[in-house]
Write a protein that binds this ligand. Sequence first.
Ligand code: GDP
Length: 299
Amino acid sequence: MQRLRQRLAGSQGGFGRGLLSLISRERLDEDTWESIEDTLLTADVGVAPTQQVVDNLRTRLRVEGASRPDPRTVLQEELTTLVDPTMDRRLQITGTDGRPGVVLVVGVNGSGKTTTVGKIARILVAEDKRVVLGAADTFRAAAVDQLATWGERVGVEVVRGPENGDPASVAFEAVKSGVDTGADTVIVDTAGRLQNKAGLMDELGKVKRVIEKQAPVTEVLLVLDATTGQNGLIQARVFSEVVDVTGIVLTKLDGSAKGGIVVAVQRELGVPVKLVGLGEGPDDLAPFDARAFVDALLG
Ligand code: GDP
C-alpha cells in the first residue's frame, strides 16, 4: 500500500491529513468542528457517516490535559471503523465442479471497466490462472479493440462478436470457451449504457442467464469512478437494483482527493470495495484493505 499512499498524496493529500491537522488543534472550538464536518462531507463520506464520526470524535477528544488521547490514534480508529475492516473483500473467481468461475464486470462507460478487466486478468495470469475474456460491450468497437489489446498484452484469449451483436451471445461464447479449455476464470466486460434502466436490466439479466447455463457467476463487480462523487452513488444504486453486485472496484482513486466515496458506496450498497484503481498502467490495481487505506489517507 506504499503506492496507495504515494498516489493519494499526489492527489492533494487525500482528506485524512486535513482532518488530522484540524483535530490536533489545541482547542477544538465549534468552528473547528464545523471545518471537520465540512472536510468529511467534501470528501464524499456522506451525511450520516459524517455525523457518526464527528459525534465519536467529539466524545473521545473531549478529555483535556495529560489523559487526552492521541488525536492521530483516535482518528485512525474512527476512520477504520467507518471503512469497516470486517468485510470480506476476497474476489470469488473459482467455479464449482471443475467449471470456471465467471466474473461479470458492470458499470457506466468511462468508469474504467475495460481497463479493470485487463488489470484483473493480468493479476490472475501472474497467479498461473487460466483466463478467458469476453468482450460483451459490443456497442462500442473501441471497447472491444481495447480489450483485445489487453488480451494480447496479458496473453489471454479474448472472445468477441460482431459489432452491435448480441452481448449475451458473446458472453455465452466466452464462457463456452472457458469451459471447453478448462479455464479457471472467465471475465466478461459488459456494456454500460445507463439511459434506460429497463433496457439495462433486460440486457444484464440475459447476459447472466446465458452464462449460468454453463458456469456460475461467482462475482459481479461494479466499477465506479471515484471522481464522480454523488453521481457515482446514483449509478451504483441503479446497477444494484438491476443485478446483484457482490463487489465494487473504485477506479481513479489516484486522481481524487475524495476517498470518502469508499465509505458512502459501501453503506449505500452494503457491498465491499474489493479493488482500487490507482492509475492507467497495467499494474495500477490493488486489493482494497481498510487499515492500509486509512494509513494512506493520514499520510
Ligand atoms: P470503460 O468505458 O468503463 O470501459 O472505461 P475504460 O477502461 O476505457 O477507461 C476509461 C479511461 O479511464 C481510460 O482512459 C483509462 O485509462 C482510465 N482509467 C481507468 N482506470 C483508471 C485508474 O484507476 N486511474 C486513472 N487515472 N485512470 C484510469
